[in-house]
Design a binder for this molecule. Sequence first.
Ligand SMILES: [Zn+2]
Length: 439
Amino acid sequence: MRWKRHKAWTALLMALMVTGASATAAVPAKGDVLLAPERIWTADGDTAHTGWEVLVHDGTIAAVGPAGSIQAPAGAQRIALPGATLTPGLIDLHSHVFLHPYNETLWNDQVLKEPQDYRTLEAAAHARATLLAGFTTLRDLGTEGAGYADVSIKRAIDEGMIPGPRMFVATRAIVATASYGPGPRGFRPDMDLPSGAQEISGVDEAIRATREQAGHGADWIKLYADYRVGTDGSTQPTLSLAEMKAIVDTAHLSGRPVAAHASSDEGVRLAVEAGVDSIEHGYGASEATFRLLKQHGTAYEPTLTAVESTAQYFEHYVPGQSAPTARMKDAERAFRTALKLGVIIGNGSDVGVFTHGDNWREPANMVRDGMTPPQALHAATNVAARILRQQQNFGRIAPGMHADLAAFTGDPSTHIDDLQHPVFVMKDGTVYRTPQSTP
Ligand SMILES: [Zn+2]
């Protein structure tokens, strides 16, 4: 199945070369491109504008507005996208390009049996699938045992060596000693197994790990505020408040934000008190705790699709047919609470748990659980860009922004499921997908 995808990509690459488009992203593409879709959703409001066009100049958006109001320079390439809606390139704030679905290979087996070299090649393929799905930016939250290889993936994409989204990487991530898999949890105590993240105990080690990861190229620092360490396997806090504060202070001094994996109410509360910038999962957080997020301006990535996927793999859940599982109900309750309170919600799916390129499922699940389609689109564009502190660079279709654009058959601002039909992708002005070059 993967081989077919490789062949398809080679065909696309050749098609683009034939039409003269560059496959590199290192420098913004030169020249003028006029995009003429059916309609444009700019992220500045909620409704799409029919009959609008976008002019791209040297990789940057030069103009957007009604057709006829835009003066395209002579020689500009015109790309028509009939029946499609153009949106800002989509953003997923919680990915793992070094993982693939757990029903293909269990997480323990990926971390313990797949060589890092192989996982890095997989990550390159996953990055390509992500970009072609219309997701032009990822915040990748941990390599899960693959060291600092995400820094190399990011570099190869930036240099135009491989196609992929803009990457904000977290490298190894930080966990409390003996609180994360694979070893020692569930294995013989005399086996010395690697951990899926960097283990620390104490404030000194917290500071050291943060500096090490920043020094090796982390854009964000990720910590695990809790994990399944209870005597009954329940999720309990792991890092202490003092350890998390040390991580946050050290990261912030160097200008790096912090993302916290936290599922339990207490874990989320401690992480927010420690000053983290985003909470990942949050399924068990109470209304009082979500009020704390609101107060602190802490962002929240609900990762509804991770829960749905594990329910499919391990609890016989069938989307659209089965009743939601207990964990799915927890996740939905948390999401609805955050939505009601006006917590900043970013699109973060935990893709890698499910297939790369199926990132559209998270916005779709956010609509299933209470958002309107425009709310879900905002969460995956301008709101996500703001969480990344990149709102001046991308996330909207406006003059001066990087030309990161995607188009989908239909209109996702009224039918969110239309996100599963991408027909056009541009990053930094380089075209990676057109209706003619469908991979
Ligand atoms: Zn994750």
